[in-house]
Structure formats: structure tokens, C-alpha cells
Design a protein around this ligand. Sequence first.
Ligand code: SF4
Length: 258
Amino acid sequence: MDGIELRGNEDISLPLPEGMDAETAQPFLEYVATKSATLRAEAVAMAGPHITVGREPWPRLKFMLDVMRAGVIPQTTRTIDEFVAAGAKIECRDGCSFCCYQNVDVTIPEAIMVALRLGDPADPRRAAVIETADAVKGLDDEARIATARPCPLLVDRRCSVYEDRPLACRSLTSPNAAQCHQAMSDLDAGRGVTPIEIYPVLRFLCSGEHAATRGICRDLGLQDDFVELSQAVADIIRDPTLIERWAAGERVFSACAV
Ligand code: SF4
């Protein structure tokens, strides 16, 4: 992502998606910032003092997960639906997976939602997550794609955590499926990384939900950085107490640069 140039709800910045500059983002800024501030204000009003005061981790964790499922994710779905209703053609289909070969920047509640789906010690995805996290640690997006190593949650070319997939995965959409398939073939055949078109505007529109999530975490005294999905989920698999410690207000995850 480009540098941080725009403000979401005063103290949370809105990173611009790749392929978008501040001038292009400007007409959408008020919509994004309003949506973000509204989501944040509603959540914090709902939280009440029993959540915001004190350091009881489990009620705060439950609250954050409820906010994601009842507020943030449905709002993201509405944002995408409105984008399509306005005339955008999204060609992403079941089984398309080219976008699952790169780093995924997520908020910490999103990483926890995914990690909670891998709680069974016998789940083979746990070892895959750790192996992938170690293999791609520190790689930038282009270098990560060039490894041709998919997201460890991709099983038979389908997202195995689809209902809880991160906001970044929801908003990464293509107007041209044929281009994605060609890029996938190139990667499989060792021909390197072929750039594809995406909709940066939709990514920016959905950054309001990201900013709201970070703002709510901040208001609850929780670490609000972006983290890389594989790395954060691997950290939780290695040490499940990280979830409780995060919900108690400790900074326990490595932030990724955005
Ligand atoms: S979480 Fe799901 S949609 Fe996102 S990169 Fe991984 S497999 Fe793909």
C-alpha cells in the first residue's frame, strides 16, 4: 500500500490501496470517513462501561467478535453490493484463487476470527499456516506472490474460512477473470508474476470498515495495528494465550508496514 495520507476518523489513518493516489481517493473520502466514524461510534456506544472500563479480556473479546459479525462484515457486504449496483462488473467466481497468493493485511480481530476456526489440534491447516508463515516472513507483496505459495487457508482452490475471510479478501475484486486465470497459469508454469487489474476504488471504500475496526480497538485500549494474516494466525497457533493477552490490552502482535 502507499503511504498514509488521509484521515478516517481523526486518529485513524486510511492507507491508500495500490494503484490509487490521494487525488483519485478524494471524492470518496467523505463517504469512507463517515461510514467509518458511524460504525465506530455505534460500537463504542453499545459497548458501555462494562466493556470499556477494566481489563476483563473475555467480555471484550466477545464484544469485538460480535461487532465484527454484526456490524463490520455486514457493512462491508453492503459496500460491495452498492459498488456492484452502481455498475461495476466483478468477475470473481467460486474457485478463482489468484488473489490468494499474496500478503493479507488484517486487523487483529480478523486474525483472531480465522485462528479460532483452526482450534482443533488435528486440523492439518495449522501446520500449513506455520510452514507458510515461516517461509514468507518479511517478504513484500511481489516477492510473496513470486514464491507461488498460496495462502495456507486455501484448500482445493477454495477459501476454507470463507464466512470469516478478512475484509481485504472480500474487497480484492477483479473486473477480468480471464486475466486472473492467465496470471495463475503463468505462476504455475514458473513464468513469474503477471500484473492483474483490480478495483482500487472498492478497496478504498472498504477501508472505512478497516478504519472503524481499528478505531474500536483503540477505544477499548486494544492493540489496533494491521498484522499479516499468516504471521498472526501462526503466532496464535504457537501460543494461544496471545488472544487473551491482546484482549487484556497487551501489545502482543508484530505490526506490518502499510
Ligand atoms: S483467507 Fe481465504 S480468501 Fe483470503 S487469501 Fe486466504 S484463502 Fe484466500
